[in-house]
Ligand binder design. Structure first.
Ligand code: OFO
Length: 165
């Protein structure tokens, strides 16, 4: 059984994952109407789906452990971006915040001596290592590319394979 404190903290993370899904969905829609960003568009939409999966995993866990998962209201995310670089900077900042949220949850699980939740959270800890790596790599590449159109072309072409590296 989840403690009240643990349950509230997990529900806060449900909100954060839902917000991430929504934010990346908006990035996908924005990229979709930019010329030549087919790969990036696919990347954002796929990440939005993944965040929804992270949210669902939490929802199932909370309910399974005798709590009640709250489906949150969502604010409208940022809809447009001055550049692809800016969108990826935002994505990276978002992932860092998510990681902080997960770390806080791990901390609470230990304080509450909730080892089952601690164990459950390890999946997210590992996932965030990968997510941050990928976001940082995208930012570094875009920094190098600057306004170089052929660089952007290659970035868009290769982004879906960067995930498996
Ligand atoms: Fe679920 O936050 Fe990204 O991964």
């Amino acid at each position: 059984m989840l403690s009240q404190r643990m349950q509230e903290a997990l529900n806060k993370q449900v909100l954060m994952e839902a917000q991430s899904s929504q934010a990346y969905l908006a990035m996908g829609s924005w990229a979709d109407i930019q010329p030549g960003l087919k790969g990036v568009t696919k990347f954002f939409f796929k990440h939005s789906d993944e965040e929804r999966m992270h949210m669902l995993k939490l929802i199932h866990y909370i309910n399974e452990r005798g709590g009640f998962a709250i489906v949150p209201a969502l604010a409208q995310p940022v809809l447009t971006f001055p550049s692809l670089k800016k969108a990826f900077e935002e994505l990276f900042a978002h992932e860092v915040k998510v990681s902080e949220g997960i770390n806080e949850l791990v901390d609470i699980a230990l304080q509450e001596k909730d080892y089952a939740t601690h164990n459950f959270l390890q999946w997210y800890v590992n996932e965030q290592i990968e997510e941050e790596r990928l976001a940082r790599e995208c930012n570094d590449k875009l920094e190098l590319i600057g306004d170089d159109k052929s660089g952007l072309y290659l970035f868009d072409r290769d982004i879906m394979t960067m995930e498996q590296e």
